[in-house]
Ligand binder design. Structure first.
Ligand code: NAD
Length: 495
């Protein structure tokens, strides 16, 4: 990556913003487009097709036709594996182009678009490809008079609606299991980050995915998104996004065909540091690193840092030193670790929460202001508040920006109670050198993933998803196949 002039590449980029339906690029039925600008510096990137209900109808019809024809689902699993492995290879072969599109589109540093986003996307597709010809069905222990087969079957047409913070990875977490299982997919990327999804569809087709199996309809949530989630011929919705819109997904299903809805939603994850932990520097470095990674725009960001009172001053000082290494800079510079927020609206939201923190009496130890104001983009300095109470807005609401709240506690019971006093339950972390405490607290935390003495070390083999209002169902791991397959019992009478 050293030596690449990303600005020159960006200047030379030509982006096709038309949608992908039935294996071809098409304009919206009514010809509508929207302008996509870069949060890095405000530059115009592309006119992107603005999908509406006619486009969703057309994409769902194409997806259904492909499914009914069996051009994909009727292929043996080993054949589907080959195509998806080729798709993963093509993603890697286009890594620089995809990374550049991702950074320009939503503002993240190019080094991470390359090393994290493209790499994890390809890994995910390859992982489900590899899995699909190794999964067996079941025979129930019914007794000698019958043979009862329990099989998993592809559902049909899956609607996928994803956010802008990890556009490719979030799409891949649905596409991997949904496509490997044999379904057709209609993907609606976020209007704030539609560009990589369009390229992914193109690469999938080149890899041999039959026409109509993977469609991409860009557009707005209340237009293309709503049309997809309300569609009567969509069997399931794999949604990642805010809890507010997740509620709507359930309503849309209720108002239409009771399609399955799998929601991966917001978070306000607690990260608990006990005084007995032996390496506070590592705990502080990891806490800051995970909070400020991706500009704080991560659903599982450990945004509530619970610190035992006896070490709280010392730990806050360590965190403040760490924050200094996450100053926002040009995302197209290969050294940059903190990029731009996704748009002006997100900038205002984050600055509004910083004001709310101050107004409610929290003490700002670092940051607390917009940065790089003359860039034309949307940057906020890494921000740390101390003296936060768990009932403050900055502790209860998902900010989705680089704002860390320090909440002090005195006992283990108090720490667990504070951590669980949230409508969210996506993830949690805890740091202790006491084995009994590690197990006790991990069991008591109401979260889909509990990290012990690390945060966000990760692998495709483990499920990802939340308790409570952080959602239902799980992305990643073999469990994700449950979302995109139906379970069938075939009872055969013998003799
Ligand atoms: P969002 O809910 O605003 O939008 C997500 C997607 O839904 C977008 O594609 C959007 O266009 C679409 N949408 C919006 N309104 C819609 C409507 N009325 N009908 C149909 N579709 C609609 O979320 P966002 O701002 O793009 O993303 C940030 C959120 O995503 C955060 O809450 C974050 O925690 C969450 N997230 C969760 C996970 C997870 O795995 N749990 C991962 C990443 C992000």
């Amino acid at each position: 990556m050293e030596g690449i002039d990303w600005h020159a590449r960006a200047a030379a980029l030509s982006v096709d913003g038309r949608m992908w339906i039935d294996g071809e690029r098409v304009a919206a039925a009514d010809g509508a487009t929207f302008a996509k600008a870069s949060p890095i510096d405000g530059r115009h990137l592309a006119q992107v097709a603005r999908g509406g209900s006619a486009d969703i109808d057309r994409a769902v019809a194409g997806a259904r036709r492909a499914f009914e024809k069996g051009s994909w689902v009727a292929q043996p699993p080993a054949a589907r594996k080959k195509v998806l492995l080729r798709f993963a290879e093509k993603l890697l072969a286009s890594r620089e182009e995809l990374a550049l599109l991702e950074s320009l589109d939503m503002g993240k540093p190019i080094r991470y678009s390359l090393s994290v986003d493209v790499a994890a996307t390809a890994r995910c597709i390859a992982w489900y490809a590899e899995a699909v010809d190794k999964i067996y069905d079941e025979i129930a222990p019914t007794g000698p008079g019958a043979l009862a087969l329990i099989t998993r079957e592809a559902m049909g047409v899956i609607g996928v609606i994803v956010p802008w913070n990890y556009p490719m990875i979030m799409a891949a977490w649905k596409l991997g299991p949904a496509l490997a299982a044999g379904n057709s997919v209609v993907l609606k990327p976020s209007e704030k980050s539609p560009l990589t999804a369009l390229r992914m569809a193109e690469l999938a087709l080149e890899a041999g995915l039959p026409e109509g199996v993977f469609n991409v309809v860009p557009g707005f949530g209340h237009e293309a998104g709503e049309a997809l989630a309300l569609h009567g011929d969509v069997d399931a919705i794999g949604f990642t996004g805010s809890t507010r819109v997740g509620r709507k997904m359930l309503e849309y299903a209720g108002r239409s065909n009771l399609k399955r809805v799998y929601n991966e939603l917001g978070g306000k994850s607690a990260n608990i540091v006990f005084a007995d932990f032996e390496d506070l520097d590592r705990a502080a470095g990891t806490a800051a690193g995970n909070m400020f990674f991706n500009q704080g725009e991560s659903c599982n960001a450990p945004s509530r840092l619970l610190v035992e009172e006896s070490i709280a001053d010392d730990f806050a000082a360590r965190l403040t030193r760490e924050a200094a290494s996450y100053l926002p800079a040009d995302p197209l510079d290969a050294q940059t670790v903190m990029g731009a927020l996704v748009d002006a609206g997100q900038l205002q939201t984050v600055l509004g929460y910083i004001e709310a923190g101050r107004a409610e009496g929290a003490r700002c130890l670092a940051g607390g202001a917009q940065a790089r104001g003359d860039s034309g983009g949307f940057y906020v300095a890494p921000t740390i508040f101390d003296g936060v109470r768990n009932d403050m807005r900055i502790a209860q609401e998902e900010i989705f920006g680089p704002v860390l709240s320090i909440i002090r506690f005195r006992t283990e019971e108090e720490a667990v109670a504070i951590a669980n006093a949230s409508s969210y339950g996506l993830q949690a972390g805890l740091w202790t050198s006491n084995l009994g405490r590690a197990h006790r607290v991990a069991r008591a935390l109401r979260a889909g993933t509990v990290h012990v003495n690390q945060y966000d070390e990760d692998d495709m083999t483990v499920p990802f998803g939340g308790y409570k209002q952080s959602g239902n169902g799980r992305d990643k791991s073999l469990h994700a196949f449950d979302k995109y397959t139906e379970l069938k019992t075939t009872w055969i009478r013998l003799g």
